[in-house]
Each structure stands twice: as structure tokens, then as C-alpha cells.
Ligand binder design. Sequence first.
Ligand code: 5GP
Ligand code: ZN
Length: 114
Amino acid sequence: MSENCIFCGIVAGAIPSTRVAETDRAIAFMDINPGTPGHLLVVPREHSTDLREAAPEDLTAATLLAQSLVSRVIDRLDADGANLLSCIGAEAWQSVFHTHLHVIPRYKDDPLQL
Ligand code: 5GP
Ligand code: ZN
């Protein structure tokens, strides 16, 4: 756990979130500022700054959880597709420096610009 890391706080339950799924190595919760309805974040429980630093087991766990959630959100929200995205570095829009994957449901003609 890294001090002052929002996502470590969410993993620990010290910061509230709407959790939708969890495994022994990763959790998924709703993004506080969704790009589209159903926007989720998948984070390894173990802190790492970005995907380059994450342990292979944590990256595997997060990716597998994201894969199952892509299917779930598309089915449940009747989305037309999804984007799976991880930002690495502030110049690439990373704003929380704890490795995470965005699962962003996409809807025909939605206004989201990536
Ligand atoms: P990044 O910009 O690092 O790729 O993505 C960080 C994401 O975390 C953003 O989409 C932002 O809305 C989300 N986020 C930031 N703070 C919180 C928070 O306290 N709770 C939740 N659920 N999401 C957050
Ligand atoms: Zn962290």
C-alpha cells in the first residue's frame, strides 16, 4: 500500500467506492467521473505506479477481470462495444498513479472522444 494513493485507499476500503467485482488480486469499481454510463476501473490490489511496474500475476489478474467485465457491461447495459485502456504517464492522461485499466462501454453515436 502506498500512502496518499487514492486507489490503495479504495482497495483498503478507507475511501468509499462502488465495487462491482473482486478477486484475490484485483478489484473493479465504478469510475467517479464516467466517460460513458457503466465506466469501470480495474485495479490490482498491490500498488504499482503504472502497467510497466505491475507484477505479471497482478496484470494477468486485472486483465482477466477486465475481460469478464467487458462481456458483463455489454450484455447488461446493452452497449455496442467497449474500450479497454490504460494510461501510462501524465502526458498520456494518467492522473492516478496506481496501475488501472479503464473498461469503457461504448454506445452507437455516444459523444465520448478518446
Ligand atoms: P487516469 O486518468 O489515471 O487514466 O484515470 C483515473 C480515473 O480515476 C479517472 O477516470 C477518474 O475519474 C477516476 N477517479 C479519480 N478519483 C477517483 C475516486 O476517488 N473514486 C473513483 N471511483 N474514481 C476516481
Ligand atoms: Zn496505490
